[in-house]
Write a new protein. Sequence first.
Length: 238
Amino acid sequence: MTVGPDDPYHSDGMNKNETGGERPRFHTETFEKIDASRKDAILSVALAEFAEKGYNGTSINGLARKAGISIGSLYSYFSSKEDLYLTIVDMGHALLEKALREIDPNAGLFETFAALLREARAYAESNRELNLVYLDAMTQGLRHLSKRLSGSLETITVELYRRVLVTAEERGEIRKGLDLGAVAFCLDNLLLLFQFSFTADYHRARLRLFLGLAEEEPLDEEALMDAILEFARRALRP
């Protein structure tokens, strides 16, 4: 991925969220002032390194060398490897937040969930490196980093599910008396595993194993999404 004008970390829109407010900032004022092409190059190299090697496996010295800057310059832009990593993680959050904001929560539960599945697949295929970084950030060993991310993506998705499920219950789309929090948790886990199946080799192999597909057999993505939706309908409808 290359950072571009439509991305929240491009120089013209750095740190802006979908409502125009400020996103958490992990870089320094110095980074704000450098040339946009240099900024984009640094973030692109950092993204590639963290996606390939993970947080723990990435060398800040090697990263600086690949970005064509001195280690001193890099530390003038980010006070630590942790801050640079969190910048990359939040880039992914910002892009997913933008996608979520474009989904109409009034369309109905199953229509909304179908839209989420499509967005998850599109995001995973277009932003594989960001998805790999997100997977890395979810590990237990990096739990201390997640505490520094305010307004996390999970908060946004929880609010979306809550609104959609309450409306669905009122409309009679789903059975009365369901634990809506548990329903949201199950739907989101279906969505996450579906998304990761288009990103990580482990999750891709796991999906194919459950579907009984040989390595050379093509995956019918539309049929898979239809099956997931049908499962959700049968589980939740009156």
